[in-house]
Structures are given as structure tokens and as C-alpha cells.
Design a protein around this ligand. Structure first.
Ligand SMILES: Nc1ncnc2c1ncn2[C@@H]1O[C@H](COP(=O)(O)OP(=O)(O)OP(=O)(O)O)[C@@H](O)[C@H]1O
Length: 390
């Protein structure tokens, strides 16, 4: 059964947060990273899963984990949680060894998989009670609060629920025990904008409580909205770890020129040949088609380079207007998303040489058994019961 998201307005901002992790944790406990991986690698037989993933997530962060389909987000998360076994490498979660201390770790982690399978015939309430039985705290009050805010009917059978409501069940299940670390694998898929807002409110409150959140997504706008830092994964490897504000302040600018039609062909020729120009479009038409487009009057491109060189080049054109704006995160990330060696239409970027990795750790990894076995994502409570990776 696949979980997706639904939507509803936020029901008050007064979620009662019963535990304050910030005050209850010893200082030493707060100083260890929430997640630390060393050369974590998972291969599915000969196929690539993730390669040499080095990542440090500090406690209290909302940390985004971004990458296109198949990049390795779920594999990283599932390896970390021991749902699948690493081929090599090492990791610690909240200062605990991810293999040896797995049961203790799972008690302190809330996990929302991108897909969840539930037993048929179960009401949401039954499932949550079942899941709660694995944790050593009374989750009923928090589960009720979350269900109320998410407008979730706990008495409904899960199999009768919409995809969105099933996703809400997963959210409640992942958060109800007030975990120290919350791992959300594409949590907003299927959520409408109002419900996303409620969900993000809840996540921010969890952060204020002292929890750490790892948030996997390929929707850049939501990462921009909620995360402190972001790791970008591409082809199984981490290619950058940056703060959201750093990404925004990237040197790349989005330049839009408004030109008389007689200037457009010349502008296009000049800009295509210019270093640092990429993603050139003429009135929204890219590539050669643009040249034949006689009604165009707007030329837009990304520019990464010396602004004086750009101004000097533009002095050759008669401009009706010019706009220079910050690129969207989407545009910034496209740089990292492109397959190695592939340049865009203006022949600019996309090689590994530009990778920015600021969060790499060097410890030697310890070997783990290689396994090509994998399963669909599993509620953590079930993993707590089985106690072993597959
Ligand atoms: N059980 C499996 N057996 C073989 N290959 C797998 C298996 N699970 C994942 N892979 C491969 O591992 C790579 C990473 O997949 P993963 O699901 O981790 O990516 P993702 O970033 O989570 O993608 P998405 O955004 O589409 O969920 C992909 O090439 C995928 O085909």
C-alpha cells in the first residue's frame, strides 16, 4: 500500500509538545552528530546504490537530502536505518553504532518511508497502537494531537483511506513517540498546499522541541522553505553540502534582456559564445528553434562569471529593459543534477570538477556484509520487532 499525502488547513498552532529534548539531554549527548556516515556504500549486486557517502547532520538541524529519481536518497536512508545492509562503510546515529546499537537507535528515530505497506483490515488507531507498543513511552496523546491537526480519522480502515490520508497515518506513526531524529523520505508527495503548510508547521515545532530532521525530497521549493542545510546526491554520490542561504547566494544570476527584434539574433550569437552563459532561451524557446522565431523580444540566461565582462558585452546591444535576479534553487541545483560531463545548451557546466563537498569525514569504514536483498520500506516498529536488517 503506497502512502501519499492529503491536505487540510492547520488546526491551531498550539500543538502541545510534552517533552523538551533540549533541556532533558545532557550536553555531551547534544554535541554528537545526529547522523554521521563514513564512506557508506551500498551495491545491489553489481548495480550502484550509493557510493562512498560521507555525511554529517548536526543535532537540531532540518537537513535536506536532495537528488533526482534514482540518485540514492532512499538507499542511504534505508542503509542508515539497517533496513538494508551496507556493502561497506560505517555510520553512527545519535552517537550510537548503526549496526551494533540498532535497536536503541530505532527507539529514538521516527521514520516516514516513501512507501509503506500496511496490513489489510487495520484501522489507523489499531496500527498506531501496534506501533506504539514498540516504544517505551505513551504515544497516545501525541498521536491524537497529530491526527487532529492533520484531520485524520483514526477510526477509518487504512485500506479505505485515500492515498493522502494513508500518508498522514505514516506521519503520525513517525512522529508520535517524539523521536530525537526524524527521517522523512519524500514526505509531501501527494499533499496539497494547505496540508503541506500544516505539515511544515509540525516539522518546525519538532525542531524547536530539539529534534533533528532529515528530509529527503526532489522538490526544491520545499527544501528552500524549511531546511537549514542541504546535501545534494547525484548518481549515488554526495556532490555538495551547503546551507540553503549559501545556495541562494551562488554567483549564478538569472539575466533577462528585453530587446528589439533586430537585436535578438546578434544577442543570441554573442551570448552563446560567451563563457559563463548557460540555459539560454529566447522568449522561452531554446536552441536553434529560437533563431527562426521572429516575434521574440526577450532573451533569458543564467550567468556565472565576471559581471564586468557581462556589462561590456551587453553594451553592444540596444536594450529595452534588463533584469538581473537571483536564480531559483532549481536553477542552482540543475548544475549538480546534470549527469557527469553533460553540458546544457549554452555549453556551460555539469562536470564533477565543480562538486562542492564541505562535509566529508575521513574515518576508515568498517565492512558490512554485502546483500542484494531489499524490501519495500517497512515501518520502523516492525523492524524493531524483527531486529535485523535484510
Ligand atoms: N532493490 C534494489 N535492487 C536493485 N537496485 C536498486 C534497488 N533499490 C534501489 N536500487 C537502485 O539504487 C539506485 C538508487 O535508488 P534509490 O531508490 O535509493 O534512489 P532515490 O534517490 O530514492 O530515488 P527516488 O527519488 O526515485 O525515490 C537506483 O539506481 C536504483 O535503481
Amino acid at each position: 500500500m503506497v502512502i501519499a499525502m492529503d491536505d487540510i488547513a492547520s488546526i491551531g498552532a498550539s500543538a502541545v509538545i510534552s517533552a523538551s529534548l533540549k533541556t532533558s539531554l545532557h550536553k555531551s549527548e547534544r554535541q554528537v552528530p545526529a547522523i554521521c556516515t563514513h564512506h557508506l556504500t551500498k551495491r545491489y549486486g553489481k548495480a550502484r546504490g550509493i557510493e562512498d557517502v560521507n555525511l554529517t547532520v548536526q543535532q537540531g538541524e532540518i537537513f535536506g537530502f536532495i537528488g533526482p529519481n534514482g540518485a540514492g536518497k532512499s538507499t542511504t536512508i534505508r542503509t542508515l536505518l539497517g533496513l538494508i545492509r551496507a556493502t561497506s562503510g560505517d555510520a553512527s546515529i545519535l552517537g550510537l553504532d548503526y549496526v551494533r546499537d540498532r535497536t536503541r537507535i530505532l527507539e529514538q528515530v521516527g521514520y516516514l518511508p516513501s512507501e509503506v505497506h500496511y496490513y489489510d483490515g487495520m484501522r489507523a488507531r489499531d496500527l498506531l497502537q501496534y506501533a506504539a507498543s514498540f516504544y517505551r513511552v505513551d504515544c497516545s496523546r501525541r498521536a491524537q494531537e497529530l491526527a487532529l491537526r492533520l484531520d485524520l480519522n483514526l477510526n477509518q480502515k487504512i485500506e479505505d483511506m485515500s492515498l493522502g490520508n494513508r500518508k498522514k497515518v505514516g506521519i503520525v506513526q513517525g512522529l508520535m513517540h517524539e523521536p530525537r531524529l526524524i527521517i522523512l523520505d519524500e514526505p509531501t508527495s501527494g499533499l496539497d498546499p494547505l496540508m503541506q503548510r500544516t505539515f511544515f508547521d509540525i516539522i518546525r515545532e519538532e525542531q524547536q522541541r530539539g529534534a533533528t530532521i532529515l528530509f529527503s525530497s526532489h522538490i526544491l521549493s520545499e527544501v528552500q522553505r524549511i531546511c537549514d542545510r542541504v546535501a545534494i546526491i547525484r548518481d549515488g554520490r554526495i556532490v555538495a553540502v551547503q546551507s540553503v542561504s549559501q545556495l541562494r547566494q551562488s554567483a549564478v544570476k538569472r539575466v533577462t534582456l528585453t530587446l528589439t527584434n533586430s537585436n535578438v539574433a546578434m544577442a543570441r550569437r554573442m551570448l552563446t559564445a560567451m563563457t559563463g552563459v548557460r540555459s539560454l532561451t529566447v522568449d522561452g524557446v531554446s536552441g536553434d528553434d529560437a533563431a527562426a522565431h521572429t516575434a521574440v523580444s526577450s532573451v533569458s540566461f543564467l550567468y556565472e562569471g565576471d559581471c564586468n565582462a557581462l556589462v561590456a558585452a551587453l553594451a553592444n546591444l540596444t536594450l529595452a529593459d534588463i533584469e538581473i535576479a537571483e536564480p531559483t534553487l532549481e536553477e542552482v541545483f540543475m548544475h549538480y543534477y546534470q549527469p557527469t560531463g553533460v553540458a546544457d545548451s549554452a555549453g556551460a557546466v555539469g562536470s564533477d570538477s565543480s562538486a562542492v563537498t564541505t562535509d566529508v569525514s575521513d574515518s576508515a569504514g568498517k565492512s558490512a556484509t554485502s546483500s542484494s536483498a531489499d524490501t519495500a520500506s517497512t515501518p520502523l516498529s516492525a523492524s524493531l520487532r524483527s531486529g535485523s536488517a535484510q
